[in-house]
Design a protein around this ligand. Structure first.
Ligand SMILES: CC(C)(COP(=O)(O)OP(=O)(O)OC[C@H]1O[C@@H](n2cnc3c(N)ncnc32)[C@H](O)[C@@H]1OP(=O)(O)O)[C@@H](O)C(=O)NCCC(=O)NCCS
Length: 148
């Protein structure tokens, strides 16, 4: 499995969008299109790293530099180590460049919580999000590198 930056490998854009949109509700985001995403990548301080296995997009991690390095992660298959590989990849970057990372996780998202805890993220606070008129309880998890 390889991890690459979508910005430099736009041939995978369509497959990435398909995967991302299957999780739009779970990630509390609206569905996106190819053109919107292209534009968004140009105008925002973000990176999307995708995991490729046999030419298939099997996962992605988004880092929002403009939101103090928030990350979002999702995978096509569960419990095959894809999430771990993506998170490890971004953690190494953060460690090298000395910036902190954080993520919001819905309180019932046990798999995600386990994944982040495994890599040393700690729960900072409870945080409620609103989406489509509904409230979702969750946590902010953070991994510190600045002061290490
Ligand atoms: C959360 C998510 C990214 C995890 O990715 P993944 O590829 O399944 O994770 P991994 O296979 O690397 O597993 C990581 C850890 O999760 C836990 N885990 C995964 N599957 C599990 C299962 N079936 N039962 C118990 N624990 C499990 C384990 O702690 C595992 O580490 P270990 O195998 O070393 O013990 C993935 O399930 C996903 O896309 N979920 C939907 C989107 C989402 O909720 N994203 C989070 C918002 S930020």
């Amino acid at each position: 499995m390889k991890i690459i930056n979508l910005k430099n490998n736009m041939v995978y854009l369509k497959d990435y969008i398909y995967l991302r949109n299957t999780y739009s509700d779970c990630l509390l985001t609206k569905k996106v299109t190819k053109n919107k995403t292209k534009q968004w990548l140009k105008t925002h301080q973000v990176d999307i790293f995708i995991a490729i296995l046999k030419e298939e997009v099997v996962g992605a991690i988004i880092i929002y530099y403009e939101k103090n390095n928030e990350i979002t992660i999702f995978t096509k298959y569960k419990n095959k180590g894809i999430g771990s590989k993506l998170l490890f990849y971004i953690l190494n970057k953060a460690k090298f460049n000395k910036y902190d990372l954080w993520a919001w996780i819905e309180q019932n998202n046990v798999l995600s919580y386990k994944l982040f805890k495994k890599f040393g993220f700690i729960k900072i606070k409870d945080f409620e999000k609103e989406f489509k008129g509904m409230n979702f309880n969750g946590y902010i998890l953070k991994k510190f590198f600045k002061s290490d």
